[in-house]
Design a protein around this ligand. Structure first.
Ligand SMILES: [Zn+2]
Length: 102
């Protein structure tokens, strides 16, 4: 079996495959902790090394961690945390290329 793009992440004991997706409408999205074969999709439009990528990854992970948290709270936390990490020099990239949206 071919290696899937991206990385495996664990959030409160459950795992998701986090990878880039082509043709995603949003900047990112995340499957519910309740479904099987969970994925976190990050749009290939969001560039490696940017504060925006930090924000989108944090945002989708926060949804996975705290599924009931409001979109507004997740949005604010994602922006604030990404800003702090960027100020501290964080720059991330998602390995392994991109998959088409399924
Ligand atoms: Zn959201």
């Amino acid at each position: 079996m071919a290696k899937r793009p991206g990385i495996r992440v664990k959030l409160r004991g459950k795992s998701w495959q986090l990878s880039r997706t082509i043709n995603l409408k949003a900047r990112g999205d995340v499957d519910s902790p309740e479904v099987s074969k969970r994925r976190i999709r990050i749009s290939s439009r969001v560039k490696d090394g940017t504060e925006e990528l930090l924000e989108v990854v944090i945002h989708e992970c926060l949804h996975g961690l705290f599924w009931d948290l409001s979109e507004e709270a997740v949005q604010e936390a994602g922006v604030d945390l990404a800003k702090i990490l960027a100020k501290l020099g964080a720059a991330i990239e998602i390995p392994g290329g991109a998959e088409d949206e399924v």
